[in-house]
Design a protein around this ligand. Structure first.
Ligand code: MN
Length: 702
């Protein structure tokens, strides 16, 4: 295991002195943080981050990625906070380390029912920077290389996760070499016997094939020479895991798979690729339908090459791949090749740049031209990391939601009824606000209550169309039934002052009024009244056809029960509570707002029967009502706790508390307390008065 000096030596081949020093600093920081910790193998822990950084150095990754690699287990394993890393190494490195830690914490295995493909997407979505994934892949690669020391069960678990999650991610990113290593190491750990048997069979077959391979290779080289083309011919072998998969998936025998001879011809430029293709088609007959031009049309992960299959001597099938050296680099390292190229020359040559873009374009359909490496990362980030968040249901099912979705969106995505009756949520087993935007990887649990109804405030934060539509619909229904109900009570109250009742109004008279107003149903009329769009007393007079008569004084006020819902609200200016004398102020579209009789805000319209209506509290009024209290008291330690204690002791609930100090001795505290009624309020005030140092308590009314 080479030490940090050896690594620094290699780094100075492509990084500046200052950057190499930063990587060194990160190493020494990690060495200290992990001091005393050992790996399973007995080595000092820091050898692991060093090895991870070394893998990334092979890809010529930038210094920040290398620093993050050095520090990648520091947050997770040593309890050093992200903030500390930020202070030491700056924001980017701290973010990278934090991103890697989050991926590490994510335990894929416990979510047994979840689908692997969604996990890949989730992992991508969780990392905000592509470098997070690359560091994590390097971390996993080193762990896979040193898997032997672990117990059988743990080894299999990590191997399975690697095959299901990390190998496909490497594939998505076009990193073929890493994918192959993941797969072969994973295969070996999962099925040591099968892996060994295939390995031995390949070794044997290689011996038998050697002669034919050499002959084909020679004839290919000869052919290139004859045509004056330069290129390198290499024999290819399938990796063990892909042989295994072919045997299982396509039910082919080992010999069938091994009967194919595969070569790669690597040349200098694109033009040569096509000329080599012509030459080999001239040499051996091509198999119809097997030619593929991935140069003109690259694969989704940016892979480029020409593929063809030939009938060789005695009819042996020969698979040939033809590509340039740069395509070869891209095929092996995928997205990481971008760093590899960029660093090898000072300026980014056009060809390399285009290649990096090609990759991006294939995977991401990138629209804009990326200028520098940071911008490149930026654009990859936007397109590669989807605009979705992936969260778990408590049972481990993965739900895909648009970015910014909240627990309410989640609830409606699960089922409309769950959304409509949801009252609270737990995110990762902790109660959280319904409005909180969800993060990928969280487990979301909805608490619902039968009979609960959607809250109009949800419309301010939901992002999915489904949630929005259903909330609107439910509110509309609710509002309708509530306003119909209130309208009926308002109308009957006026009718009562004429000593009659809606039931006693003849049907033809009702119909006539409906026609007059051009309304369909009587409920529509009642809804209009409840919403404050029509005055109950005007409607009553139309119903009684008593335009000329003077309206007698309303007999007895309308009773408020506290359960009127959306069409009735309590004024914020005077915060009336049961027991206070009240009036109702009707405003069009908003329904009725309950004010205190003495509220200054309505003094001008107080006696206008079209705007205001006498109200009373019903005997069985229910609910909690907020009042604001102003308490002046001597300043003392633990004052808030004392106040809260007394309010609590009187069964009140503090909704809000604020305090200003008046002159060092006296404090003024504003309390918003919820109570049932005036009697209850009196009890709260009485309790507060017993506190030492209390001088004055007043109920504030704007
Ligand atoms: Mn690690």
């Amino acid at each position: 295991m080479p030490g940090i000096d050896a690594l620094a030596d290699r780094l100075s081949g492509y990084l500046g002195d200052e950057q190499v020093n930063l990587v060194r600093r990160a190493y020494f920081y990690a060495e200290q943080a992990h001091d005393g910790q050992r790996r399973r193998s007995g080595e000092a822990y820091v050898t692991h981050p060093l090895a991870v950084a070394s893998i990334l150095a092979d890809m010529h990754m930038d210094h920040q990625s290398l620093m993050a690699a050095m520090l990648h287990d520091v947050i997770e394993d040593t309890g050093i906070a992200k903030e500390a890393l930020h202070a030491q190494f700056g924001e980017s490195v701290a973010e990278l380390v934090d991103g890697v830690s989050k991926l590490t914490q994510m335990n894929f295995e416990t979510k047994a029912e979840a689908q692997a493909e969604n996990f890949q997407k989730m992992a991508m979505a969780m990392a905000r920077d592509i470098r997070v994934i690359l560091v994590k892949l390097a971390d996993r690669l080193h762990n896979m290389r040193t898997l032997e020391v672990l117990s059988g069960e743990k080894r299999r678990r990590i191997a399975k996760e690697t095959l299901e999650i990390y190998a496909p991610i490497a594939n998505r990113l076009g990193m073929h070499s890493m994918r192959v290593e993941f797969e072969d190491l994973g295969f070996k750990a999962m099925h040591p016997m099968r892996s060994e048997r295939i390995r031995a069979a390949v070794r044997r077959a290689r011996g038998n094939r050697k002669e034919i391979v050499t002959r084909i290779e020679e004839s290919l080289l000869h052919c290139l020479e004859r045509e004056g083309l330069s290129g390198e011919v290499v024999g290819r072998e399938k990796h063990l895991y892909s042989i295994y998969q072919k045997m299982r998936g396509k039910r082919k025998s080992f010999n069938e798979i091994m009967d194919v001879y595969a070569f790669r011809i690597v040349v200098d430029k694109v033009d040569t690729c096509y000329r080599v293709l012509g030459a080999v088609h001239n040499l051996y007959k091509p198999l119809p339908g097997r030619f593929k031009d991935y140069i003109a049309i690259p694969k989704a992960n940016g892979y480029q090459s020409l593929h063809t299959t030939l009938f060789g001597m005695h009819g042996v099938p020969i698979e040939i791949q033809i590509r340039t050296r740069e395509m070869e680099e891209m095929a092996n390292n995928g997205i990481a090749a971008h760093w590899l190229y960029k660093s090898s020359e000072d300026e980014l040559p056009k060809g390399n740049h285009a290649r990096a873009r090609q990759w991006v374009k294939g995977v991401l359909e990138l629209q804009q031209r990326a200028g520098n490496s940071l911008e490149f990362i930026e654009s990859v980030k936007i397109d590669l990391f989807p605009d979705e968040v992936y969260v778990f249901t408590p049972k481990g099912r993965i739900m895909e939601l648009p970015k910014g979705s909240t627990a309410v969106d989640f609830a409606y995505a699960v089922h409309t009824d769950v959304g409509n009756t949801c009252i609270a949520c737990r995110i990762n087993r902790r109660l959280a606000p319904l409005s909180q935007a969800l993060e990928s990887g969280s487990t979301v649990e909805i608490v619902s209550a039968p009979g609960a109804r959607p809250n109009p405030a949800w419309l301010n934060f939901v992002v999915t169309g489904k949630a929005r539509t259903h909330i609107r619909h439910a509110l509309k229904l609710q509002r309708r039934s509530e306003s119909v109900n209130l309208g009926e009570r308002l109308l009957n109250k006026v009718l009562a002052s004429f000593e009659t009742h809606l039931d006693k109004v003849p049907a033809e008279r009702q119909l006539a009024v409906l026609n007059e107003y051009r309304l369909e149903t009587f409920d529509d009329l009642l809804e209009d009244i409840g919403l404050g769009n029509r005055m109950a007393y005007v409607v009553a007079r139309r119903l009684l056809a008593s335009d000329g008569e003077e309206l007698p004084n309303a007999e007895g006020p309308l009773a408020i029960r506290g359960t009127e819902g959306l069409v009735l609200s309590y004024a914020k200016c005077c915060t009336p509570i049961p027991g206070d004398p009240i009036v109702g102020h009707l405003s069009a579209g908003k329904g009725m707002v309950v004010h205190m009789d003495t509220c200054r805000n309505i003094s001008e319209v107080r006696h206008n029967p079209e705007k205001c209506i006498q109200l009373a509290w019903a005997k069985d009024v229910t609910g909690e009502f907020n009042v604001e209290l102003r308490v002046e008291l001597e300043h003392q330690r633990g004052l808030i706790a004392l106040l809260a204690g007394s309010v609590n002791a009187a069964d009140g609930n503090i909704e809000k508390i604020s305090m200003d100090e008046r002159d060092g001795r006296v404090s003024v505290v504003q309390l918003v307390v919820s109570v049932h009624d005036r009697v209850h309020l009196a009890r709260v005030i009485k309790k507060l008065r017993t506190l030492p140092g209390v001088m004055r308590i007043t109920r504030t009314k704007a």
